[in-house]
Ligand binder design. Structure first.
Ligand SMILES: Nc1ncnc2c1ncn2[C@@H]1O[C@H](COP(=O)(O)OP(=O)(O)O)[C@@H](O)[C@H]1O
Ligand SMILES: [Mg+2]
Length: 291
C-alpha cells in the first residue's frame, strides 16, 4: 500500500523526483526573531551574515522570511537580482523544491541571500490550510543546508506561520531586543512560543541568546533598569556582546550596503564582528552544530 502511494500516485500526478547534488557542509541554522518590529532584526541579520562571510570565510545564506523584503533593500547595491521567491518554494505542492532554487548571490564573497518576496504576505495566510505547514521550510532546506556553514533566517515581526516555519527549521534562535518595555514583552512572547515549538515541533531548538541592540550609552538610567529586568527574567541568556546606537548602521542600510563596505571602522561594524566571533566560538566550542 505504501509503495502504491509513493510510486503510483506520484506517477499519476506526473511528478518527477528532482535529483540535486549534495554538498559537504552541515549548516547551523540561526533564526533571528522577535515579534516587535524596529529592534534591529534585519540590521543584525545582514551584518552578522556579512561578518561571518568576510572575516571567518564561511559560506552563508541569509533567508528573508519577511514580506517587507528589507534584506534585499539593505543590500540593494550589492545584490544580483534573483528570480522567484521563497513563497514559490513553500507553496509548491510536490514538496520537491528547495530554497537553493531561489538563492541569489551578493558581491560579498561567500554570502548569498533569497530575493525580496512580497508574495510571502499571502503565503502567510495560504499556509494555514496546508497539512504539515510548520515543516515546509525545514524540508526545503534538506539539501540546501549541505551547501552552507550558516543559514540565517530574518523572521517577520510577528509569530505567524512564517515565523513558526523559521523556528522549526532552526537549530538556534537569536533574539534582538532594544531597551524598551515593548521589546521586553516581545521577548517574553517569543520565549513562550519557542518553548511550545521545542515541546511539539522541534525538540533540538536552542536559544543562542538575547542580543541587546540600539543601546544608547547616554541613557544609562534606562539601560540599568532594562539590564536589571532582563537579568532578573532571563539571567545569562543575555549575550555578552551588545550593539550600541550607531548612525553608520542606519546609513549603511539606507545606502543598500553592509556595514563593512560602508564604514568598516565604525563601532557598529566592530560590534557585529564581535557577535560573529561569539557565534563561531559557540558553534565550535559546544557542539551546537547539528551532527
Ligand atoms: N544599532 C543601531 N543604531 C542605529 N540605528 C539602528 C541600529 N539598528 C537598527 N537601526 C535602524 O533602526 C531601524 C530598524 O532596524 P531594523 O534592523 O530594520 O529592525 P527590524 O528588522 O527589527 O524591524 C532601521 O532604520 C535601522 O537602520
Ligand atoms: Mg526587518
Amino acid at each position: 500500500m505504501r509503495n502504491l502511494l509513493k510510486t503510483g500516485l506520484r506517477r499519476l500526478a506526473g511528478a518527477s523526483t528532482v535529483r540535486r547534488p549534495v554538498g559537504d557542509h552541515t549548516a547551523t541554522v540561526l533564526a533571528i526573531a522577535t515579534q516587535k518590529g524596529g529592534v534591529g532584526k534585519t540590521t543584525t541579520s545582514v551584518n552578522l551574515a556579512s561578518a561571518l562571510a568576510r572575516y571567518h570565510g564561511k559560506k552563508v545564506l541569509l533567508l528573508d522570511l519577511d514580506p517587507q523584503g528589507h534584506v534585499a533593500r539593505a543590500l540593494q547595491a550589492q545584490i544580483n537580482p534573483g528570480k522567484g521567491g521563497l513563497s514559490d518554494v513553500l507553496l509548491d505542492e510536490s514538496g520537491e523544491r528547495e530554497v537553493l532554487d531561489v538563492v541569489t548571490r551578493t558581491e560579498i564573497p561567500g554570502l548569498s541571500v533569497t530575493p525580496a518576496d512580497p508574495g510571502l504576505r499571502v503565503t502567510e495566510d495560504l499556509l494555514t490550510s496546508r497539512i504539515g505547514k510548520e515543516f515546509l521550510l525545514r524540508d526545503a532546506l534538506k539539501v540546501t543546508r549541505t551547501w552552507y556553514d550558516f543559514i540565517l533566517i530574518d523572521c517577520p515581526p510577528n509569530l505567524g506561520n512564517l515565523s513558526i516555519n523559521g523556528l522549526v527549521a532552526a537549530d538556534q534562535v537569536l533574539i534582538p531586543c532594544d531597551p524598551s518595555p515593548l521589546a521586553l514583552s516581545g521577548v517574553e512572547g517569543l520565549v513562550n512560543t519557542i518553548e511550545q515549538v521545542a515541546g511539539r515541533l522541534n525538540p533540538e531548538i536552542d536559544v543562542l541568546g538575547i542580543l541587546l541592540t540600539r543601546v544608547d550609552g547616554r541613557n544609562s538610567k534606562l539601560n540599568a533598569a532594562v539590564d536589571q529586568e532582563i537579568a532578573g527574567r532571563w539571567g545569562d541568556a543575555v549575550l555578552p556582546v551588545r550593539i550600541g546606537v550607531n548612525s553608520s548602521l542606519a546609513q549603511a542600510q539606507q545606502e543598500g550596503r553592509d556595514i563593512y563596505s560602508f564604514d568598516p571602522d565604525s563601532r557598529g561594524a566592530r560590534q557585529y564582528r564581535d557577535l560573529a566571533e561569539h557565534l563561531v566560538q559557540a558553534v565550535q566550542g559546544s557542539g551546537l552544530s547539528p551532527a
